[in-house]
Structure formats: C-alpha cells, structure tokens
Design a protein. Structure first.
Length: 286
C-alpha cells in the first residue's frame, strides 16, 4: 500500500474563478475538471490508500468540495498561512513516525496525470529503490520548476538511476543525461524523517510544535498557527534534495495534454506581463 500526499497549497499562479482568484490547480471549467481533481482521480486505485491533501486555510473548502465531486475520500493537512512544503512534509513524516516502512508518494496538485497507466508503471519501477531507503524522484523530459536531475548511472529499461539534483532550471535541452524533476517522490516514511533529522533538524524540531495535539483520526488536521508561523519557509527541494544531492530517479514520459498546454500558456503570459511591467518601471525611472 502506498500513501499519497498531494501538495495543493498556495501557488504563484492564480486564475479568476467568478469573483474569486484561486490557485491554477483548483481552476475548473464546465467540461474540464481541475488539475487537482485529475491528480486525485489518478490516485483512486487499489495501489493507493486514501490521499492526504496539503492545502491552506483559504482553500481547504475548495479542496474538500472538489474531492467530493470526483468521489475520492481523504484527509486534509491545513497550513494556516504561507505554503511551506518542507515543513508540511516534515509534519507528514511525523504523522507516520510509528510506521517507518510506510511508502509515501509525494505529488504536486499541478501535475498532469494524462496517463494513469504510465504513472503506475513508473511507481512500480521505483518501489525497490524506495523500499531500500532511497528518495526516488520521478523525472520527465518536460521543463518544470522543481530543478534538474543529471543522471549518473546508465539506464536499463525502467530501472531507477542515480542522479545529481540541482536547483537550477537552466541547462542544455539536448543533453540526454539531463532530466527535469517533476516534484513527484516515492520514499519510505522512516527515510523521509531521517532526511529531515540529518539535513533540516531545525525545520523538523519547529514543526513538532505545530503538529502537537493533532489526533491521528482527524479528517482535517490544522497545523497550529503560532507554532507553524515560526517555521522557516523553505521548499522541500531546497531543504532536503539540495543537501542530499544524489538521489534515485525513474523517468516518466507522457504526451502533453490540452490542459497542460493551457497552464504553460498562462505561465508564459504571466512572465511576459511581469517583464513588461519591469521594462515600464525602468523607463519611468530613466
């Protein structure tokens, strides 16, 4: 059994939905479900336990509503303010501290699950390395915001490869040894907790106070605001992967969906608008 953790907190990209502005992964049209819904639907499989969804106070109602709409039951881990993926995953690791062999699938709500079968095959290939204690990062050929993976070992079918993690997003697209981290990880709970103890002990220690008093049986687990506000705001990639450096990796290839292209177009438009504002500001200053 694999325990999915869907990261659906606040996002840099938002879209207008009626009178509200919501993270892009929660945006849905009449005939198109949200990216978040496609992810949790993809996880509605006998291989997986009910998902834990990490979201923020402002969007917890929307997350619960969209889960109900696709018939997927799960629990919510609610961040009181800004999204802190490292601290949130430290909280997840602490939840499973009495089940160190439990396999956790960490997955961003913005991921495209265009091919459920390919994702399942990729995870099956990642299982041996994860069970042996490795942090297995799922890589793709598509650009992403989760950093690069330069493979260090020769590929043999779908077997996991060792890779050197880098936080940079630049690089030679034609380099066959460079892949892009998708933000999807398969890891034993005990290995995740050990990684925090070794590489981010302050985040782990501060997070303990934020999870104190939360019952394991609660469907909605709210992190304590006062304690959580004192935890350093840092991504999982910066706090852990950037310090681990060498990880195991498996490659997931899929065809781009219309929805994925729409998200990319929106991101490009936002980047162009920001560049235009900066140019205008420089011109006014001159």
């Amino acid at each position: 059994m694999i325990y999915p953790v869907v990261m659906a907190g606040q996002a840099n990209s938002v879209v207008s939905a009626g009178e509200e502005r919501v993270p892009a992964h929660f945006f849905a049209e009449a005939m198109i479900e949200s990216r978040f819904q496609s992810v949790i639907r993809c996880l509605d499989h006998p291989m997986f336990a009910a998902p834990t969804v990490v979201t923020c106070e402002a969007n917890q109602g929307l997350a619960a509503q969209q889960m109900c709409a696709v018939g997927v039951k799960g629990s919510l881990l609610v961040e009181p303010g800004l999204s802190k993926s490292a601290a949130a995953l430290a909280a997840v690791a602490l939840r499973f501290r009495d089940a160190p062999d439990a396999l956790l699938l960490i997955m961003p709500a913005s991921h495209s699950c265009a091919s459920e079968g390919r994702l399942l095959q990729t995870l099956e290939a990642a299982l041996p390395a994860a069970k042996q204690g490795g942090i297995v990062a799922v890589a793709t050929r598509d650009h992403g915001s989760y950093g690069r993976l330069r493979t260090l070992s020769r590929r043999r079918g779908q077997e996991p490869m060792q890779a050197l993690y880098s936080a940079g997003v630049g690089g030679d697209e034609a380099d066959p040894d460079v892949l892009w981290n998708s933000g999807i990880y398969l890891v034993r709970a005990g290995s995740l907790l050990a990684a925090f103890k070794r590489h981010a002990p302050r985040i782990l220690h501060a997070t303990k106070a934020a999870v104190a008093g939360i019952a394991q049986t609660e469907i909605v687990r709210r992190l304590v605001p006062d304690a959580y506000g004192k935890v350093k705001q840092e991504s999982f990639e910066a706090a852990i992967l950037g310090r681990v450096e060498i990880v195991d990796s498996v490659q997931l290839d899929h065809n781009r969906s219309i929805w994925e292209d729409w998200i990319q177009d929106m991101a490009n438009e936002k980047a162009e608008a920001g560049a235009a504002r900066r140019r205008a500001k420089r011109q006014r200053a001159a």
